[in-house]
Design a protein around this ligand. Structure first.
Ligand SMILES: O=C[C@H](O)[C@H](O)[C@H](O)COP(=O)(O)O
Length: 214
């Protein structure tokens, strides 16, 4: 579904992030268990959820934050929180991304959070990703920036060198194989490729909002 409305002036990247975030919060219903994402785009969604709770337009929401920062933000907004031990099945998660490919595969984690995001977003029925149009890429890795990988804090240079060699050999066309190879490396905890996880991506651009469904 695509809806467009031409703005009279160019919107800033932050305004586009906010537009995408507010659109995603339209998917939130009272009584839901929600994954709360991390980063500058997800922050707008968490703010909006807090606002709707305060206004009484939403109630009985339980949030599962994906980082310490989001936890602190949600607490300051009065959003009731829990964790995956108590709520292993989530209705919906909303989060940003660093890259989105045409098949809705993502790169995430450049803001420093990816393991908790992958755990929470892997446990939800619906995962709505919110981005401004600068995050759209032809293929994963096309932004030219490194794909974040979380490793254990033990001889990290050793693990980093082995990862580097693996990325040099990796066939970027076969993301699943690349993902498996990275995860097989001892010392790797998780990587920032979120393959086949997003159910919806909301893209805010100069020409309006685009909602892409899996
Ligand atoms: O580690 C951070 C998360 O994966 C973010 O969702 C991602 O980096 C996008 O962040 P932002 O919305 O700030 O561009």
């Amino acid at each position: 579904m695509v809806s467009t409305q031409s703005p009279s002036r160019l919107l800033t990247q932050d305004e586009l992030k906010k537009i995408a975030a507010y659109k995603a919060v339209e998917f939130v219903e009272s009584g839901m268990v929600l994954g709360l994402g991390t980063g500058s785009t997800a922050k707008y969604a968490v703010d909006r959820i807090g606002e709707l709770l305060r206004q009484g337009k939403l109630n009985n929401i339980i949030g599962i934050p994906t980082s310490k920062k989001t936890h602190e933000q949600a607490v300051s907004l009065g959003i009731p929180l829990s964790d995956l031990d108590s709520h292993p099945f989530l209705d919906l998660a909303i989060d940003g991304a660093d890259e989105v490919d045409p098949y809705l595969n993502l790169v995430k984690g450049r803001g420093g959070s990816l393991l908790r995001e992958k755990m929470v977003e892997g446990a939800c029925k619906k995962f709505v990703v919110i981005v401004d149009e600068s995050k759209l890429v032809k293929h994963v890795g096309a932004s030219g920036l490194a794909i974040p990988v979380e490793i254990v804090p033990f001889c990290w240079k050793f693990t980093a060198q082995r990862l580097q060699a693996l990325f040099e050999d990796a066939d970027i066309g076969d993301l699943k194989a690349a993902s498996d190879a990275i995860l097989r490396l001892a010392g790797v905890v998780e990587h920032g490729m979120f393959l086949d996880m997003a159910t919806t991506v909301i893209v805010a651009g100069e020409l309006g909002i685009t909602v892409k469904n899996k």
